[in-house]
Design a protein around this ligand. Structure first.
Ligand SMILES: C[S@@+](CC[C@H](N)C(=O)[O-])C[C@H]1O[C@@H](n2cnc3c(N)ncnc32)[C@H](O)[C@@H]1O
Length: 559
C-alpha cells in the first residue's frame, strides 16, 4: 500500500517536471497568428518549380554588362528556384508588399482579403513569413533587406522580422525603420488624422557584417569662411546660437554681453518665449575664450553665432568625414513615382509605383557597386529602373532580379515594357527623346515539373533545368547545343550540361581546346559526380550532379 502511494507520488513529481519543461518551451512574448494554408505553397508537394525563358523578350544592348532577370510568376515559386540558383549571393533585397489595407490590395488564394476578414492579419503573416524565410537564405552575410510598409502591418511586420525561432532575421539584426513622407497634399477627407507617411523597415542578414554607405562631408561647400585657425581647424560656417526650442530648458536662457556691453537674450534683444541658447553658459565662456563665438550687429540689436569648423589634418587639408545617412526620407513622395511612370507610358497605368529616387537611395546605401539587387514584389519594375540609373551614374555593375506575378497584366504590360523603354530609350510626355540607359534583360516564367521522385521525373526535371543552371552560373551565351550536351559561357567561365554519362568522352573532347574554367552538371539518378572520368581535367572542371542538388534544396523548402 505504502509502496503504491510512493510510486504514485514519484509519477506525479515526474509529471510536474514535464509540465514545467513544456511551460518553459511555450512562447512568452511575440506574435501569434493562425497559419493559413496557401494554394501556391501546397502545389509544391506535387509540382516542382523551374524557369522557362521567353526568348523573344530578351533585350541585349551590351554584352559586357550584367544580364538582369525578370521572372513572371508567384514569388513563392520564384524564390524557391532562387534558393537553388542564388543562395547567399544577393546583396540587397527591396520589397513593397501589399500593405493589406483591406481595400483590394492583397490577394490570398485568388481572393482579395477585405477589412472584415477575421483572418486578415493571419493571412498576410502566413504569406509574408514563407517568402521572407526563403528570401533570407538568398542574402550574403553583409546583405540587407528593405521592406516598404504602412500603419496597417508595420507592427506585425516588425514582430515577425524579430522572430528568430520562425527563421526570421531576429531583433539583433534590426537596422532601422525609415519614416518616408509619402504624400504632399493634406488628405482633407481623412477621418481623424491626415496620414502622409509610410515606412521602410530595414534588417541586416548579419548585423556584424553590415557596413552601409555614409555621407561624405569633406567637399561640403558650406564651409567657406577662414580665420587664423584655418590650418588647425579648417574652414568654418556660422550657425545661430539661439533657437526656438521644443526642448526648452531654463538653464539655457541667460543674457550674453555683446561687445558694446548690451545684454542679448535668445530670440532677440528682449528675448522670445520658448527660445534658448544652444550652448550652456559654461560652454559659451569656453567658446568666447577660444574664439568660437561671433557677434553681428543687426537692425534691432545683436545676433550671436558659433563657428562650426570643417575637420582638417595636420597639413590643414580637410579630412573626409563620413556621417551616417539619416532615417527620415523626405524627398521621394508617391506623386514622383506616378509622374515618372506617366512620363514613360503617357497615361496613369498603376496606382502608387514607388519613386525611382527612393529605390536609388536605398540601393545606394549598400557599398557594393556590383551588387545583386532583388525585388520579389516588383510591380512596375521601379527597382530595375533605379539600378539601371545608378549604374549609369557611378559606373557600377549592379544586376537586378525582379519577380512579380501578372496581376492585371502588370508584368507583361507594365514592368517589362518599362524596363525595355528605360534600356532602349523612349519619348517622354513632352515628346522629347529620353536616351536609353543600356543594359540586358532575360525574361522567365515559372514552370513546373512533376514532383514524384521517379526516374522518369528526374530525367524531366534535368531537361527542364537548363535555364535554372544558366541563371545560377550567369552564363547565357550558347557555345555548343546538341542532343547530348550543352555549353554556355559568359566573360568569366563556361557551364556544361551533360544529359547522359556515356557522352562524357565526347564532352571532354569538345572542351579540350577551350581555355577557361567549366562548371559541369551531369545527369545522375543518384548523387554521383563521375570524378574518375574527369581526373585528367580536374583543374578545369567543377562537377555537380543534377537533379539531386536541386532536389536537395526543394526537399528542405517543401518538406
Ligand atoms: C505594391 S506593388 C509593388 C509596386 C512596386 N514597388 C513599384 O514601384 O511598382 C506589389 C506588387 O507585388 C505583386 N505581388 C503580390 N503578390 C505577389 C506574389 N505572391 N507573387 C509575385 N508578385 C506578387 C503585385 O502584382 C504587385 O504588383
Amino acid at each position: 500500500m505504502v509502496k503504491n502511494k510512493k510510486s504514485e507520488i514519484e509519477k506525479l513529481k515526474a509529471e510536474i517536471e514535464r509540465l514545467k519543461k513544456e511551460l518553459k518551451k511555450s512562447k512568452k512574448y511575440g506574435l501569434v497568428w493562425e497559419e493559413k494554408p496557401e494554394e501556391v505553397v501546397e502545389m509544391c508537394k506535387e509540382k516542382l518549380p523551374v524557369l522557362k525563358e521567353l526568348k523573344n523578350k530578351e533585350i541585349i544592348t551590351d554584352k559586357d554588362k550584367p544580364v538582369n532577370l525578370l521572372i513572371e510568376g508567384d514569388n513563392y515559386h520564384a524564390l524557391s528556384v532562387l534558393n537553388y540558383t542564388h543562395a547567399g549571393k544577393v546583396d540587397v533585397i527591396y520589397i513593397d508588399p501589399p500593405y493589406n489595407t483591406g481595400n483590394k490590395d492583397f490577394i490570398f488564394n485568388d481572393h482579395y482579403v477585405d477589412r472584415e476578414d477575421a483572418y486578415r492579419h493571419s493571412k498576410w503573416l502566413s504569406f509574408m513569413e514563407k517568402r521572407l524565410k526563403l528570401a533570407k537564405n538568398l542574402l550574403k552575410d553583409d546583405g540587407v533587406i528593405f521592406i516598404s510598409i504602412d500603419d496597417n502591418e508595420v507592427a506585425q511586420l516588425k514582430l515577425l522580422m524579430d522572430d528568430k525561432n520562425k527563421g526570421m532575421f531576429g531583433e539583433d539584426n534590426f537596422v532601422a525603420i525609415f519614416p518616408r513622407k509619402s504624400g504632399v497634399a493634406p488628405r482633407i477627407d481623412a477621418k481623424h488624422i491626415s496620414v502622409e507617411h509610410d515606412y521602410v523597415v530595414c534588417y541586416a542578414k548579419k548585423i556584424e557584417s553590415l557596413e552601409l554607405n555614409k555621407v561624405y562631408t569633406a567637399e561640403n561647400g558650406d564651409y567657406r569662411l577662414e580665420d587664423e585657425f584655418v590650418k588647425i581647424r579648417g574652414r568654418y560656417k556660422l550657425n545661430k546660437l539661439d533657437r526656438g526650442s521644443i526642448h526648452y530648458s531654463e538653464s539655457l536662457v541667460y543674457p550674453i554681453k555683446a561687445p558694446g556691453g548690451d545684454l542679448i537674450w535668445p530670440g532677440g534683444a528682449e528675448g522670445r518665449k520658448n527660445w534658448t541658447w544652444r550652448w550652456s553658459e559654461e560652454k559659451l565662456k569656453w567658446g568666447i575664450k577660444n574664439q568660437f563665438i561671433v557677434f553681428k550687429k543687426t537692425k534691432n540689436g545683436w545676433s550671436v553665432y558659433f563657428k562650426q569648423y570643417q575637420y582638417v589634418d595636420n597639413e590643414g587639408n580637410p579630412i573626409e568625414r563620413q556621417i551616417p545617412f539619416k532615417s527620415f526620407i523626405l524627398d521621394f513622395p508617391n506623386e514622383q513615382g506616378n509622374k515618372e511612370l506617366e512620363n514613360i507610358f503617357h497615361k496613369r497605368i498603376f496606382d502608387y509605383p514607388k519613386p525611382v529616387g527612393l529605390m536609388r537611395y536605398l540601393v545606394n546605401l549598400h557599398r557594393n557597386k556590383n551588387a545583386i539587387v532583388l525585388d520579389f514584389m516588383a510591380g512596375t519594375g521601379t527597382t530595375g529602373h533605379a539600378v539601371l540609373e545608378l549604374n549609369k551614374e557611378d559606373g557600377g555593375n549592379r544586376q537586378f532580379i525582379l519577380c512579380t506575378n501578372n496581376e492585371n497584366n502588370i508584368c507583361t504590360d507594365v514592368c517589362y515594357p518599362r524596363i525595355k523603354k528605360v534600356i532602349e530609350g523612349y519619348k517622354n510626355l513632352k515628346g522629347e527623346w529620353v536616351e536609353g540607359l543600356g543594359g540586358n534583360l532575360k525574361y522567365f516564367r515559372t514552370d513546373f515539373v512533376d514532383a514524384e521522385p521517379s526516374d522518369k521525373n528526374k530525367i524531366k526535371l534535368t531537361h527542364q533545368a537548363t535555364e535554372m543552371l544558366c541563371v545560377k552560373e550567369g552564363t547565357f551565351e550558347k557555345v555548343i547545343d546538341n542532343e547530348r550536351f550543352k555549353i554556355f559561357k559568359n566573360s568569366s567561365h563556361y557551364t556544361g550540361i551533360i544529359w547522359d554519362q556515356i557522352t562524357i568522352p565526347e564532352f571532354k573532347k569538345a572542351i579540350k581546346d577551350i581555355k577557361g574554367k567549366f562548371s559541369v552538371y551531369i545527369f545522375s539518378l543518384t548523387d554521383e559526380t563521375f570524378d574518375d572520368e574527369f581526373k585528367d581535367v580536374k583543374q578545369k572542371v567543377k562537377l555537380s550532379p543534377i537533379p539531386e542538388a536541386i532536389l536537395r534544396v526543394y526537399r528542405r523548402i517543401f518538406r
